[in-house]
Write a protein that binds this ligand. Sequence first.
Ligand code: GAP
Length: 459
Amino acid sequence: MGHTTVTMEKLVALAKQRGFVYSGSEIYGGLANSWDYGPLGVELKNNIRNLWWKKFVHARTDMVGLDAAIMMNPKVWEASGHVANFSDAMIDCRNCQARHRADHLIEEAYPDMKVDGLPTSELTKIILEKEILCPNCGKRDFTDAREFNQLFQTSIGKTEEDKSTIYLRGEIAQAMFVNFKNILETSRKRVPFGIASVGKVFRNEITPGNFTFRTLEFDLMEFEYFIREEEWEKTFAYWLDQMQSLLLQMGFDPTHTRVREHTQEELSHYSKRTVDIEYLTPFGWKELFGLAYRTDFDLKNHAQHSGQKLEYRDPVTEEVYVPHVVEPTFGLTRLTLMTMLEAYTEEQVGDDTRVVMKFHPSLAPYKIAVLPLSKKEELQSIARPLQERLTKRWYTDYDETQSIGKRYRRQDEIGTPYCVTVDFDSLEDKAVTIRDRDTMEQVRVPIQELETWFESKLS
Ligand code: GAP
């Protein structure tokens, strides 16, 4: 895999130019930190999501899915502790009114200083003592740091008078906890089992940035795995291993990821132990996935606030208990970004630099590109039906413009694993040339045998 040559500037430019990611509302000047996934980005993101779902839901017997509403009863977020605890310490510049996350301000000035979990008063003290300047205006005139809740608020109601505040979900987890009883009764799963879900979440992030790394809305894939309390350490180790195995399956170099244990101060309000899987980005080691032991915190709180019993009765022993939970969580938009960073490769070919997105074939947006050597009718009459045929099984591209060399480079840049070239010899030998993205090697394969050939490479 590439990685060493990539910078954010190069990646953002390629993502835009090739149709992976555009700035949101671009024709109106954009909207800060909102991004739209173009024709190739949506394929990449969906392929990652489908791989995840296949690995963790369909290929197992202990997992079921849920697709829940983004807007939930506000009592959910009170019971979960998010209204009281889901916050970041913010500090305002009195001179230019810019608002900053206090921990980020310190970490940007002193990258080695660990400030996670420090109380706001401590953060204020460090910012003052270290004489940190406002990155926006360069002045040193800050307020004290204050907690700022990350839940995104909106309101519902037909008239102004009956409008009430609700929150857009800040994690999917809560939907899985509040549906625990429904799912238990309808799926007949037995502990240990998991509920998986994928969807949008929203957070009032004050310092979003680094392209799609930290945004106000993003896609999350997560599951809650319900266990007996005494199983938690074993289950935690098992899922950590499974999370790493997903990255290997996706083609990540293991030296580009690492596991980081959260300190006691840093733990979320619901967690007894959390580790992050971090990825080495061009802007440093950053969180990619999280794994948390949430104990029985959520089910107990929802039982208490809703008045409903959220328990499990063991059908064999008749024992009744509140299951404990281990939660692996995967930011899908963040994983899409890191998959692009990991795939980005530059190679010297003669005097030329070849940019190749070395996506694992299962993740590549297009699997095959059909390229007639010229626009002549006799080649098109083979190439078009060939694309129709292959598209029934794999997502394909078709390109007949510019030189074949330029077309290969274009497919390399979007990570298409194979190019099929129809040339004038094809009229005679009824065969085509297949070019491999990574090795650039070419083989001649009879048109009739293409499905079998690709089946062996792409399945
Ligand atoms: N239910 C647990 C939970 O939500 P989290 O660590 O707050 O845990 C989960 O978030 C994952 O979501 C992170 O590991 C990261 O990949 C991703 N993520 C968090 N905040 C994000 C943001 N503002 N933009 C994009 N992805 C984000």
